[in-house]
Design a binder for this molecule. Structure first.
Ligand SMILES: [Zn+2]
Length: 477
């Protein structure tokens, strides 16, 4: 009797038998006999009109019956007949991965793409992605991943929505100002796609919590805006063996790649050392074109989706550089560094470290060994002092920031030109530096202290604090 091989998708009708001997002279005879002994099989194989269904192929030995005589193909005693559903895998799909009718309609333009189709959409539904930072990059990433049907999105952020976020962080609205970003982000995601599970991690991503948080996810997306967190995200990705979809933006330029994949490079292979503190300003200090994170974040979302689908050429081993002013994408090759401290042949870093220390970012309580109280002055103290003492007030921001507003009597010496304009600093009076928020002025202090102005101080909280506490006519930005 001919032998019929049953695919695992149909074995629930064949009492789990993987092959059955069925009598018959043609394929149709055999399938009818199979239906009689195993009810339920036939409707998976034939349309009601008797034609073979398009997603099932039937082979006699190695020949597809479509190339023979179809259902009327004749079979011999020793022939082997295989039923092969065209869906790869073909195993029974658990209910949790099934798509509802609503989802099938929602994702229909994916479902008709051969590279996504039902199987890919189910993979997206099963996927768990962690997005570090719900800001400029996080906004388009979350928006597209939610719309695409990622089953579970984890968000890490601790900030409130500020007015200065709105020109690029497009998931927030004017009436979100003052709300926790995570609450507003969840509302936005649920508005796009209520099927997405949203996990909120309202915390700074740090050495203590990072591995625990990330362990629950398949892919990490780096939407951070500072170097300590960027190295932390990289190390978490390498230690846990999870891909890190990297993006960074500054002024008019962006970078993106995929790190932390086996045999691919990591962020430390590309940048073994962080830049000196203050050398590379943040977006808060240097500015950023509002639309830029839209481009880079959308590429990050694309790469994450491709990783899940297992399709296309990922950015593993390639760094894309985007210049919005020139409107040009360039690409450079990245190699895994065998001497990399975390993913190399003999890794030194086997657990998370102190990333603020690694990046040389001054901690909150100390600067250059000096007590923080000796080097800073509050806005109200400065206000009083300006009325009585000789003070040289140095504004170390950029001319564009000076034009937004500045403190009367200040002298503009941008941080970058301070080293060769030290001769303009008057040693006969007290020197007080200020910037926007009090971060860059700490770097200016380091310069001033080392250049022979050991008693120089800076304005705590920068001109933002001045606007809050002394002169509200100065706009905050
Ligand atoms: Zn590496």
């Amino acid at each position: 009797m001919p032998k019929v091989h049953v695919p695992s998708a149909l074995r629930l009708y064949t009492r789990n038998l993987s092959s059955i001997h069925i009598p018959g002279n043609t394929i149709r005879d055999i399938l009818v006999a199979l239906q009689e002994s195993c009810p339920g099989v036939q409707r998976h194989v034939f349309h009601e009109d008797g034609n073979l269904r398009g997603f099932v192929n039937i082979y006699v030995n190695e020949e597809n019956i479509r190339t023979l005589a179809g259902a009327e193909t004749r079979v011999d005693e020793k022939d082997e007949i295989s039923i092969v559903p065209s869906v790869a895998g073909g195993s029974h799909t658990p209910d949790s991965q099934m798509l509802s009718h609503e989802e099938i309609m929602r994702y229909s333009r994916h479902l008709i793409l051969p590279d996504v189709a039902m199987e890919g959409q189910r993979k997206l539904k099963q996927a768990r992605i962690l997005v570090i930072g719900a800001g400029g990059l996080g906004s388009p990433v979350l928006m597209y991943l939610a719309a695409s049907g990622i089953g579970r999105l984890g968000l890490v952020d601790f900030d409130m929505v500020a007015a200065s976020n709105l020109h690029r962080q497009v998931i927030y609205r004017t009436d979100s100002i003052g709300q926790p970003k995570l609450d507003a982000a969840r509302a936005f995601i649920k508005g796009i796609n209520p099927n997405v599970r949203v996990d909120l991690h309202e915390a700074t991503f740090n050495t203590r919590n990072a591995l625990d948080i990330a362990d629950d996810y398949d892919i990490i997306i780096d939407g951070t805006d500072n170097f300590p967190t960027r190295y932390l995200v990289n190390d978490v990705s390498v230690l846990l063996g999870k891909p890190n979809v990297y993006g960074s933006i500054f002024k008019f330029e962006g970078q993106t790649s995929v790190f932390g994949v086996e045999d691919g490079p990591c962020y430390r292979c590309l940048y073994p050392e962080p830049p000196a503190p203050g050398l590379v300003p943040s977006c808060a200090e240097g500015g950023v074109l509002g639309v830029l994170p839209g481009i880079i974040g959308t590429i990050q979302a694309t790469e994450a989706i491709k990783l899940i689908l297992g399709t296309g050429n990922s950015l593993v081993g390639r760094l894309v550089l985007y210049d919005a002013l020139a409107m040009r994408f360039r690409e450079v090759k990245l190699q895994k560094d065998p001497k990399c401290r975390i993913c190399g042949d003999q890794p030194e870093i086997t657990e998370l470290i102190d990333y603020h220390q690694f990046c040389g970012v001054p901690g909150k309580s100390e600067n250059n060994g000096k007590d923080v109280r000796d080097i800073e002055i509050s806005a109200t103290q400065l206000h009083r002092k300006l009325k009585t003492d000789p003070v040289m007030l140095v504004d170390i921001r950029e001319p564009e920031e000076w034009a937004i507003g500045h403190i009367d009597g200040a002298v503009l010496i941008p941080l970058g030109s301070l080293p060769h304009r030290l001769s303009e600093v008057d040693n006969n009076c007290e020197i007080i530096a200020y910037c926007r928020s009090g971060v860059r002025s700490l770097h200016a202090l380091e310069l001033l202290h080392n250049a022979g102005y050991p008693s120089a101080k800076h304005l705590r909280g920068g001109i933002l604090a001045w606007s809050d506490d002394v002169d509200s006519s100065i706009p905050k930005y």
